[in-house]
Each structure stands twice: as structure tokens, then as C-alpha cells.
Design a protein around this ligand. Sequence first.
Ligand code: 6CS
Ligand code: FE
Length: 307
Amino acid sequence: MTERRDLYPSRVSTEPHFLPRVDPVVYSNWSEEAPLTREQYEAYERDGFLFLEGLLSQSEVQDLLQESARLRSGDAELDPETVFAEMESGDIRSIFRVHAQSPVMKALVADPRLAGLAEFLLGDQVYIHQSRLNYKPGFRGKEFYWHSDFETWHVEDGMPRMRALSMSVLLTDNHEYNGPLMLMPGSHKTFVTTIGETPADHYKKSLRRQEIGVPDDDSLTRLFEESAIVTPKGRAGSVIIFDCNTMHGSASNITPLPRSNAFFVFNTLSNRLEAPFGKVDPRPEFVAARADTTPITSLPKQLAAAE
Ligand code: 6CS
Ligand code: FE
């Protein structure tokens, strides 16, 4: 059997490397019918993220907050393995697979403002690779260290190419001080490899505090010097879309104000998971969908995928 070609080998050497991205960022051509302005389209391709202020209305946000409170209350029938608590306080930090456990979240991901936008940017039908509700409670919300999601999804989940994106729907206002998402513009065009062996069942630790699969200080410094750090701020109902390989992280939240978001990863049917590229067992379905890759909506005929 021919050896599978790995375009983005990571966690395989003792030295980190900067590898070129060989995949496009946007897979559809812009036209007047596109769901983004030309400026937004070009900004997303250049920076690897886009901030859509107020995409959802305040009443839609209220519905989402109500649903999030219900999911967190213990009254909802949740699959226990999808609920993650903060290490120290025991507060709920994340609930996974919310699109499959909540009719409200299922409707949200299928909204043309989300799925339709993902289909356009990725030029293919999309399904949910991973969804989660992140509650960064006030005072004790812990940080998410710098990382590229794709590095994990490639090594640990077997995602072959960079043809996926995340949408973070802000459920509470994001200020500069309550642990907002930080992103490095343009970092999505470089694949930063990491060093270190992936432990068994790594997700049990990494989803709380990731230490393997994160770039070293020199790599982050070099990335930062070639880029910057941007923290999109705005009111609940705004949406941050970011490419699977954009370097991002968030600081801890020691203010009284919670920082909660609903986070959805749209992968494409042409990019479904294979065997992990790392020497690890596949992660469970609630973290990386393999069995359930039902496309969310069909791509409008007139948007031909870019070559
Ligand atoms: O391992 C993962 O899939 C998750 N880890 C982080 C820190 N971001 C992406 C994803 O939710
Ligand atoms: Fe992430």
C-alpha cells in the first residue's frame, strides 16, 4: 500500500518548522451575489478571520442565552462525556456537540448567515466537525493557550486539508478585558509545526489546558513579529469567523463579566476525516465527527467552486 502523503507533518521532529500553506483560504470566487462584500471577502482571505458585528439580533441572543442557561442547568438530557468542567472551580467550561443536543443550536448552525457563509467561503457542502458552548465564567475563566486548530485536527483527527473554518457566536459582550479571542492576522498562511509526543486520550487534558500541539515561544514570537495580535471586541450577537489554521488563543477572565460563546466548526464533505496523521487513536465522535457528516444545506448552484 502506498504511504499516505502528509502535507502538514507535525509533532514528528525535535525542531519546530514553518511550512507553507498549500491550500487556498477561500474556495469560491467573489461576485455580487456573494454573502460578503468584496472588502470582507478580501479581508478574510488576507487575515484569516472576519468580525461580523451584530450578525444576530438581540432577541436572537436572548433565545441563545436562555438555551445556554437551560443546557447548563442540569435539566437538559446531555451526554455526560460532552460536559467539561474547569479544573479548579468545577464550573462548566464547555459543552460539546451542542448542535446535536439542542434544537436551538441545531437551527442556529443551519441558519444561512452561518452555514450559507461557510458553504460560500469553503466552496463545498458543509457539516459540523465539532461544536461547543464555551462558558468563560467571571473571575475564574481559564485561558486557551495559543494554537492552530488545524494542527490538532490534522494530527489527532486526520483532517487532510485546510478546508474548514470556525464561527464563534458571541453570547456575551466581548471587551478587551474579559478574555476575548486573540488572533494573529495572516498567520493562517503558515503551518507552524509543534514538537512533542501526543499522549493517549490527549483530548481529556487538551480541552481543559492544551500543552502538546502548541507552538514554542520562538515560533510564536516570529509569527507575532510578522503579524500582530487583534482582539475583536463587540456586542453579543456578533460572530467571529476564522480559518482552521489561524493562530489564536484567549487570556483568562478575572473580571466579573462572563465571556461565553457558541463555537461551531464547519468542515467540508471533500475534507472528511481520515485516520489521524499522528500515531494516535481517533478522538471520540463528540470532539471530531466521523459517523455524522450529514451536509447541513446544499450549495446554491451558481457558486461554482474555485479551482
Ligand atoms: O482540540 C480541539 O478540537 C479544540 N481545542 C481548541 C483549544 N480549539 C479548537 C477545538 O475546540
Ligand atoms: Fe481553538
